[in-house]
Design a binder for this molecule. Structure first.
Ligand code: PAF
Length: 285
């Protein structure tokens, strides 16, 4: 069956209002397209938890800095549409850039503290772009529940903070990272890796697994764990580390100490050649 594609915000509103008038639950999977199994796992979670699933596809210019890869970001709408048809999604929301950001657009949404660490240090304008577009998508689609991947753990924390602060009546569901069979976290950017970089990219996952191993063995010294992880990262010729750090999972704030009974995200951002990758692991001590 052919999936319905909606491009106008007015039509999206009409569709969502009609669904809501039937007391049905709308699930939204926001994406920038070039879909992989990670996205499809979010789609499947939505199909399970909502009556109607909307997948948005929009490569959002405001979350890319001028020096970043907005123009190069992979796009293939027909391929995405075929994949989503197979998953039997109800609607693809594929808005036009001019309607999302018309000439006189002047309203941005920003979240304070949680955006200032980790990704926020290396991509200072990124999260304002994300929270602004996610607001626009929420207001266009009116979901009851929205699905995000744990790979972008900080993004999920920022969105949860925003939803909480702005009293939005939307449940945020964060789904586990989907990995290739050798452990590389799925990402639309993985297609930029050449053969040797693809091998090198495994150092992200390997270093996270090593952190897990060290925690299991009783290591609690954060700096020692990070320094071991760095050795693994630096063993790959094409790898250039942006950061490795640790946040407490509930507050998403950086920690100095690792304490018993708590859960932590160990997070990495690393450039492999010209491609910037992120990954993380949730560990309970
Ligand atoms: O995670 C992404 O793909 C994007 O940041 C999102 C949430 C679709 C906003 O553009």
């Amino acid at each position: 069956m052919s999936v319905r594609v909606i491009s106008s915000i007015k039509e999206m509103h009409e569709f969502s209002n009609a669904v809501k008038s039937e007391k049905k639950k709308i699930g939204l999977v926001p994406t920038m397209g070039y879909l992989h199994e990670g996205h499809l796992s979010l789609v499947r979670a939505s199909k399970k938890n909502a009556d109607v699933t909307v997948v948005s596809i929009f490569v959002n210019p405001t979350q890319f800095a001028p020096s970043e890869d907005f123009d190069k970001y992979p796009r293939d709408f027909e391929r995405d549409k075929r994949l989503l048809e197979k998953e039997e999604v109800d609607v693809i929301f594929y808005p036009l850039s001019d309607e999302i950001y018309p000439e006189n657009f002047q309203t941005y949404v920003s979240v304070k503290d949680v955006t200032q660490i980790l990704e926020g240090v290396f991509r200072p304008t990124h999260f304002e772009g994300v929270t602004t577009i996610v607001n626009i998508l929420f207001n266009s689609v009116k979901p009851d529940i929205a699905f995000f991947g744990q790979k972008d753990a900080q993004q999920a924390a920022v969105i949860k903070q925003m939803v909480n602060d702005l009293k939005m009546d939307i449940e945020i569901s964060v789904q586990p990272i989907v990995r290739e069979s050798d452990g590389l976290a799925m990402s639309s950017r993985n297609i930029f890796l050449n053969e040797s970089e693809r091998k090198d990219a495994l150092v992200l996952y390997n270093s996270l697994r090593y952190a897990e191993e060290l925690i299991k063995r009783g290591e609690r010294d954060k700096e020692r764990i990070i320094s071991e992880m760095k050795m693994i990262i630096n063993s790959a010729v094409s790898a250039k580390l942006d950061y490795i750090d640790v946040v407490e999972s509930n507050t998403f704030s950086l920690v100095d100490k690792i304490e018993e009974g708590k859960s932590y995200y160990f997070l990495i951002a690393c450039r492999i050649g010209a491609t910037r990758l992120i990954d993380n692991i949730l560990l309970t001590v």
